[in-house]
Ligand binder design. Structure first.
Ligand code: DAH
Length: 370
């Protein structure tokens, strides 16, 4: 410890001169008053009350004074620093209040302003419709099977008992690919997925196959060269027409509501024997054949009470054999419907083309929910 300093150096303690203290204090108060934001006040604090400020320096020099001079100098410096700190605190609270008031104005959010929210899209009704159909069958324990849209002629025709000279080939106006001796077509129906499934899976088989099909049809309110079908195939021991009827009635009621059922009319398809056309209770008049007024015929079914829905039948043993299934042990049923047509019924659409033209208003109206 050094002894008391009786011989202080007047140069060293110059910062302790009353005028020096006074002018440092004034400089500090002026800078504090001049600070117009918190950032400037922070700088003023550093400059005038920080470790390197004149007043801090003066404070440190007190120890260099002779003992008798220390008290007075200490009081003077202490007062000056107290004054500066008070001014800093006062200015701080003024500036903070100003800052807060400004933020409240600048950051105000007008909750009533319209936003630029992007319109939400919707899945296409054909996608949601196909999924709904698949779900109805999956709920019954069936599986979903798929096949390619560019298909071997053999699978599209021959395997289904439509040999090269079969007159029924002309019923389906086919798009052939070049060169024609490759024997590749755009599939004209989803039935080749039946053949593919039987060739690759072991019975019992329960599959639905939704997908796109192609025919050289005109494009009008009820036809399109590209449309959608759903195929069903069940192969098991002891399958009969009764199973087919029960399955399609369930499908109809799930798709269109309770009370909607099916009726079969004898028909012909090479891949089924016996075959039937499937009609659906007219969902507009609900089978009465009459308009609401109870007198005129219903416009949708033309007074029939029924509308055409698709084809079906018991799988022809020739098809089973061609696809490696033993007709002595197994039998099966199959059906095929137009998905587009089904959705037209379901939503009361008048023109098939609305399903293909990509108008977003149509998609959002019918695709969001089914
Ligand atoms: N494939 C037929 C068509 O496109 C529809 C069809 C009829 C499918 C009877 C079937 C069926 O599976 O058994 O016209």
């Amino acid at each position: 410890m050094s002894g008391p300093n009786n011989e202080y150096d007047p140069v060293e303690v110059a910062p302790l001169q009353p005028e020096e203290i006074e002018s440092a204090t004034q400089a500090a108060l002026t800078a504090i008053a001049a600070a117009t934001d918190l950032e400037q006040l922070k700088q003023a604090r550093l400059d005038h009350a920080g470790d390197r400020s004149a007043l801090a320096l003066a404070n440190r020099e007190i120890g260099a004074l002779p003992p008798q001079a220390r008290k007075e100098a200490g009081q003077r410096v202490g007062r000056a620093r107290g004054e500066v700190n008070k001014a800093l605190a006062a200015r701080q609270s003024v500036l903070e209040a100003e800052h807060e008031a400004r933020m409240l104005i600048e950051e105000t959010v007008d909750l009533t302003l319209p936003t630029d929210r992007l319109p939400v899209g919707a899945r296409h009704p054909l996608t949601t419709g196909s999924e709904l159909i698949a779900d109805i069958f999956v709920a019954m324990g069936w599986e979903v099977a798929e096949g390619p849209v560019i298909e071997a002629e053999w699978l599209n025709f021959d395997a289904l008992n439509l040999g090269p000279d079969h007159p029924a080939r002309t019923m389906q106006d086919t798009f052939w690919t070049d060169p024609s001796d490759n024997h590749v077509v755009l599939r004209t129906h989803t039935s080749p997925v039946q053949a593919r499934t039987m060739l690759t899976r072991e019975a019992p088989i329960y599959v639905v196959c939704p997908g796109r099909v192609f025919r050289t049809d005109e494009y009008d309110a009820t036809h399109s060269p590209m449309f959608h079908q759903v195929e069903g195939l069940a192969i098991d021991e002891g399958i009969s027409m009764a199973h087919l009827k029960g399955t399609l009635d369930t499908f109809a009621a799930q798709m269109f509501g309770a009370g909607i059922t099916t009726r079969f009319r004898p028909s012909y398809f090479p891949f089924t024997e016996p075959s039937a056309e499937v009609d659906l209770t007219c969902f507009v008049c609900r089978g009465t054949g009459l308009k609401d007024n109870g007198a005129d015929p219903c416009r949708t079914c033309k007074g029939e009470g029924w509308i055409e829905w698709g084809g079906c039948g018991i799988v022809n043993p020739r098809v089973l054999r061609a696809c490696g299934v033993d007709p002595e042990r197994y039998s099966g049923f199959a059906f095929g419907m137009g998905i587009d047509r089904t959705l037209m019924f379901r939503h009361g659409l008048e023109d098939l083309r609305t399903l293909f033209e990509g108008d977003i208003r149509f998609t959002t109206a019918f695709g969001s929910d089914l």
